[in-house]
Design a protein around this ligand. Sequence first.
Ligand code: FES
Length: 158
Amino acid sequence: MIEVSKLVEDLTVRHNRFLISILEDIQEHYNYLPEEALVEVAKRLDIPTRDVYGVATFYHFFSLTPKGKHIITVCLGTACHVRGGERIVDTVSRELGIKVGETTEDLKYTLETVNCLGACALGPVVVINNEYHGQMTKAKAVRLLKEIKKTERGEEDE
Ligand code: FES
């Protein structure tokens, strides 16, 4: 894997020192924002580390802890909640053996909830790896997770 300082150096140049874009690419690279990288960004941009942390913690799409390869986000906004969003959360949680906000030990799956995904008419909505799945049911959630697990097993066998 590319060294942190080299990655940050490249991103600083590529994004013309624009902090948010640099952090976005670091997160894309590591799937979260490692402390080492944030310290390096502060050094490169010549700004206090606390300012970098301030931005990293202000935006909810940044994460300071490692996330899974597959991010499962269940909407619990009002429209999705009344249509059974909570049951979907329970199902996914049981299937993966993790609670909301947690990541599996093998760093394969993260379960998150959100308060509206802007697709209320399709509720309950689940987003898996940026792909929207509407009118979610417990059975559909189980099926989708099975498909991902199957793909994962296939990749492991390769
Ligand atoms: S409440 Fe779930 S998409 Fe709006």
